[in-house]
Design a protein around this ligand. Structure first.
Ligand SMILES: [Zn+2]
Ligand SMILES: [Zn+2]
Length: 254
């Protein structure tokens, strides 16, 4: 196969996208203000989205309303033992951030991954992620099942990972695969979620090769961290395969 057809398609895409820009000038996804630099979010809306700031739970990133001295675990996490070291959402729960995530996932507005990935990259300012940056850990997107992938045509976690990779220099590797389609988790309790996820993930061949080369660490990437059951199940599989440290970075704490 020659690379020419791909280049042609790219050229066409650019033309089509330029044509669309003329018809519908790019506007901020939240306030509709006109934008000119390929971003989906204007400076004012961007600055307005609430970032996660201390104090927050050192396990799940749940913010603590008020003042507290030193690291703390939220009442939920103090009772649990996760397979991951910690999960670090970049943003706190907010309707506007969630709207952007939903428009990426369900509205298939793929261009929004760029801004969401950029926001997620802010999590790497957390000093606990310095070893991941220094050790060139793998960015591992939480995988979608093939059926859901076929329906959506992309995995939002992977799109966000790719942008994160551009910001951090860490490589994206499909270390995990989802072999079982799972029910939507929203209405399930924590124990039902764990049951629902059992056996859903396996290590890919690429994941095994990576593990043999460098078993140091993995940064799991997802759009939203809700109860943490999904990243916990993924972390269990990664730890069992031999990865020494597993942490998680998400755009938002759900
Ligand atoms: Zn705006
Ligand atoms: Zn917590």
């Amino acid at each position: 196969m020659t690379p020419t057809p791909r280049l042609e398609i790219r050229g066409w895409r650019k033309l089509v996208s330029r044509g669309l820009d003329l018809l519908y000038p790019p506007a901020c996804v939240l306030c509709r203000e006109n934008l000119s630099d390929g971003r989906a979010l204007c400076d004012a809306c961007d600055a307005d989205l609430p970032r996660l700031a201390e104090p927050f739970c050192q396990s799940c990133g749940e913010p603590f309303p008020g003042e507290i001295d030193g690291p703390f675990a939220c009442p939920n996490c103090s009772k649990l033992k996760f397979a991951f070291e910690f999960a670090r959402p970049a943003m706190v729960r907010d309707e506007r951030t969630l709207e952007i995530i939903h428009r990426l996932k369900y509205g298939r507005e793929l261009h929004l991954a760029k801004d969401l990935g950029r926001l997620a990259a802010e999590a790497f300012a957390d000093p606990r992620l310095a070893p991941a940056l220094a050790g060139n850990w793998l960015l591992v997107p939480v995988p979608l099942h093939r059926k859901r992938f076929q329906h959506r045509h992309f995995n939002q976690a992977e799109e966000i990972s790719r942008v994160l990779s551009a910001h951090t220099g860490l490589p994206v590797v499909r270390v995990l695969s989802r072999i079982r389609a799972t029910e939507h988790q929203t209405a399930l309790t924590r124990s039902q979620r764990l049951e629902n996820l059992r056996g859903a993930f396996v290590i890919t061949a690429a994941g095994r090769r990576q593990m043999e080369q460098s078993p140091a660490g993995v940064v799991l990437v997802d759009d939203v961290l809700t109860t943490g059951s999904t990243v916990d199940e993924c972390a269990k599989i990664l730890r069992r395969a031999g990865f020494q440290k597993v942490v998680a970075v998400t755009v938002m704490r759900g």
